[in-house]
Design a protein around this ligand. Structure first.
Ligand SMILES: Cc1cc2nc3c(=O)[nH]c(=O)nc-3n(C[C@H](O)[C@H](O)[C@H](O)COP(=O)(O)O)c2cc1C
Length: 152
């Protein structure tokens, strides 16, 4: 089954999760929504969509892309995952796509403070009192998705 992972990631967490999934599956391509130029959804049987959340929302470019390509996405097998502290896919992702998706996962989050732009760093330090990089990824959830994808 030909699979595409389409992701949005600001400081690398969702990208890292996407790469971990891709490394364990065959016949798979991976695409960053920020840099992708022509994504041909038609040529894939299964699309895995991953995003992080900022200020209660998933990535805008990815959300717009989902809206614009809703009908073709609804004709494919879909897996969704989110990297965030508390914002959920259910609260934020296009409802039709969420209902259609075969797999929906929350992988937890990282605070990559050393990579953050000034304002994001300031907000993060103020809200969380954290000043060093932290990882709170649920790798067991990530592995569960990989195993499910392998057999489906
Ligand atoms: C400025 C800022 C705002 C954030 N807002 C949210 C939020 O509203 N909800 C949430 O669950 N996580 C929030 N987070 C946590 C990120 O979703 C988390 O750091 C995630 O791992 C980032 O993934 P990325 O590097 O792939 O973008 C925020 C992080 C930052 C730095």
């Amino acid at each position: 089954m030909k699979t595409l992972i389409l992701f949005a990631s600001k400081y690398g967490t969702t990208k890292k999760c996407s790469e971990l999934i891709a490394a364990d599956l065959t016949d798979i391509e991976i695409s960053d929504i920020q840099t992708a130029t022509d994504i041909s959804l038609e040529s894939f049987d299964r699309i895995i969509i991953g995003t992080s959340a900022y200020f209660g929302r998933p990535d805008k470019k990815l959300s717009d892309y989902i809206k614009q390509n809703q009908s073709i996405l609804l004709s494919k097998k879909i897996a969704l995952f989110m990297c965030s502290k508390e914002t959920s896919l259910e609260q934020t992702i296009n409802k039709e796509l969420y209902d259609h998706a075969q797999y929906k996962y929350h992988f937890g989050y990282e605070l990559n403070i050393s990579k953050m732009k000034f304002m994001d760093k300031l907000v993060t330090k103020k809200i969380t009192q954290v000043s060093n990089d932290e990882s709170h990824l649920k790798l067991e959830q990530l592995n569960e998705l990989i195993q499910s994808l392998k057999i489906s």
